[in-house]
Design a protein around this ligand. Structure first.
Ligand SMILES: C[S@@+](CC[C@H](N)C(=O)[O-])C[C@H]1O[C@@H](n2cnc3c(N)ncnc32)[C@H](O)[C@@H]1O
Length: 402
C-alpha cells in the first residue's frame, strides 16, 4: 500500500455496532473527509483516507472502543517476525495482542495467547526484554490497554483483524476515554435518575449524527440534566440552546455546564438556557435558525396497567407530534432532528412516523444499503440502543426538514 498518501485506520466498535458505524460515517461526512470503507465486520470497521485523523478522535466520538492504524495487510496470518517488525524499538517493551473478530463460527481464528508467547520468545532471542500483557477475556479491554501502558512509547497493543482472505495488522492509537466519560456521567454535580439521563457517549453519538459543525446552532428542548449540551460543549461546539419545562432541569443543567466549563476550561457564557414548555419555544428562538435539534424527551413509563399504558403512549404521541410541528418552523431548511423515541419492551414502537412525514420531514436511514449486510437496524430502519433489563429501549430517529 502507498503509505505516503493513503492511510488505513481501524475502529473497534462498541456494544451497538450499527450505531458506532453510523456515527463514524456521519463524523467523517461532517468533517469533509475523503474516505472509503475498506472492510466492515461485526466488531470492526476499516477505512482508508488521505486525511490525517487525530489520534484523540475517540474523545469526540462516543460509539467506538479502540482506534488505530493498519500497518500492513497480509493474505495469510502474519508471522511472528512480521508482528515483531511493528513493535516499538525500545529495549524494554510492554505488548499485548487482540484479534478480531473474536470468533468465527464459534471458534477463535488463532490462539492469540500462544502467538503472544511466541513473540515474547522471539524478542528474547533478540536480547530484548518484553512484558506480555494478557487478559482473561479473548481480547484486551480498553481498561487493560491503558492500565498496562500499552499506549505509551514503550508499549503496543497489536491488533489483527481478519476479513475473508485478508489479515490487517495494526496498532492501537487510542481507546475509549472511560475515565473521562465516567467523570462526566457520575462525577457531575447534578444527576436525575428519576427523569433519566442519557449516557454521555450516546449524547456524543447523537450530536455526531446531527451532521453539524461546531458553529451551527443546536437545540435541546428537553435538556433535563443537560447531557446533550454538556457533550456538545465538550465537543467544542459554541452555539447551543437548551430548554426544559422544569425549573429543576434548567438549574441542574446550569450547574452541570458551569462545572464542566470550570473543570476543562470551556466557555459556557454563550449557552442559552430557557425554562419553557416545548410548544412555546417560538417565543424564544428565531424561525429558520436552528441547524439541528438533538434531544431525548420524556420517554414515558412502561410499568403501567395495559389500559393506562395506552393512555401513556397517546400522551407521548401528542407531545412528540406537537414538538415536530414546533421544530419545523425553528429549523433551517434541511435541518435535522435527532431524537430518541421510546420502544416499550424492546419491540413496541411509537406509531408516529407517518404523521411526522406529513408535517414535512424526510426520514434519514443512517446506513447505506451495502452496510446493512453487516450491521442491523431495527424493524423500521432506525438505530436502536438498549441495555439488558431495560423496559424502555431507545430508538434513535433522524428526520430532515424538507
Ligand atoms: C428524560 S428527561 C431528559 C434527560 C436528558 N436527555 C439528560 O440526559 O439529562 C426529559 C425532560 O423532558 C422535560 N419535559 C417533559 N415535557 C416537556 C415539555 N412539554 N416541554 C419541555 N420539556 C419537557 C422534563 O422536564 C425532563 O427534564
Amino acid at each position: 500500500m502507498n503509505q505516503s498518501s493513503v492511510c488505513y485506520y481501524f475502529f473497534i466498535l462498541g456494544s451497538h455496532p450499527a450505531i458506532s458505524v453510523a456515527e463514524i460515517l456521519a463524523y467523517f461526512k461532517t468533517n469533509k473527509f475523503d474516505f472509503s470503507v475498506l472492510a466492515a465486520g461485526y466488531d470492526y470497521l476499516i477505512i482508508n483516507t488521505k486525511n490525517q485523523i487525530e489520534s484523540n478522535i475517540l474523545d469526540f466520538i462516543g460509539g467506538s472502543i479502540k482506534f488505530g492504524k493498519i500497518e500492513k495487510i497480509f493474505q495469510k496470518f502474519p508471522s511472528v517476525e512480521e508482528i515483531y517488525n511493528i513493535l516499538p524499538a525500545a529495549d524494554k517493551i510492554f505488548f499485548g495482542l487482540s484479534l478480531y473478530p473474536v470468533k468465527v463460527k464459534n471458534k477463535p481464528i488463532k490462539n492469540i495467547f500462544r502467538i503472544g508467547l511466541d513473540l515474547k520468545k522471539y524478542l528474547k532471542e533478540k536480547n530484548r526484554t518484553a512484558r506480555l500483557v494478557t487478559s482473561k477475556q479473548e481480547n484486551l479491554s480498553a481498561v487493560v490497554v491503558v492500565k498496562n501502558k500499552l499506549l505509551s512509547d514503550n508499549g503496543a497493543e497489536i491488533v489483527i483483524i481478519n476479513q475473508q482472505q485478508n489479515y490487517f495488522l495494526g496498532k492501537t492509537l487510542d481507546v475509549q476515554p472511560f475515565v473521562e466519560l465516567s467523570k462526566r456521567d457520575y462525577g457531575r454535580p447534578q444527576r436525575d435518575d428519576r427523569s433519566g439521563m442519557l449516557p454521555p457517549k450516546l449524547a456524543q453519538i447523537m450530536l455526531n449524527l446531527s451532521q453539524t459543525d461546531k458553529y451551527e446552532l443546536i437545540l435541546d428542548p428537553f435538556c433535563g440534566s443537560g447531557t446533550v449540551l454538556q457533550e456538545a460543549l465538550w465537543q467544542k461546539r459554541t452555539n447551543l440552546i437548551g430548554s426544559d419545562i422544569s425549573d429543576k432541569a434548567i438549574s441542574d443543567t446550569r450547574k452541570n455546564l458551569t462545572w464542566l466549563g470550570q473543570e476543562y476550561n470551556l466557555p459556557v457564557n454563550n449557552i442559552k438556557l430557557v425554562k419553557t414548555n416545548v410548544v412555546n419555544l417560538p417565543k424564544f428562538i428565531k424561525p429558520n435558525s436552528v441547524s439541528a435539534v438533538v434531544t431525548e424527551p420524556d420517554l414515558g413509563r412502561a410499568d403501567l396497567k395495559p389500559s393506562n399504558q395506552l393512555a401513556e403512549e397517546a400522551r407521548l404521541k401528542n407531545l412528540y407530534i406537537q414538538s415536530y410541528e414546533v421544530f419545523y418552523n425553528l429549523l433551517k431548511p434541511k435541518g435535522l432532528v435527532v431524537m430518541i423515541w421510546p420502544v416499550f419492551f424492546n419491540t413496541k414502537y411509537l406509531d408516529i412516523e407517518k404523521t411526522v412525514e406529513n408535517i414535512g420531514y424526510k426520514k434519514i436511514i443512517p446506513l447505506s444499503k451495502d452496510l446493512l449486510n453487516n450491521y442491523q437496524l431495527n424493524k423500521r430502519n432506525n438505530l436502536q440502543y438498549a441495555r439488558s433489563g431495560q423496559k424502555v429501549a431507545r430508538e434513535i430517529t433522524i428526520w430532515q426538514k424538507v
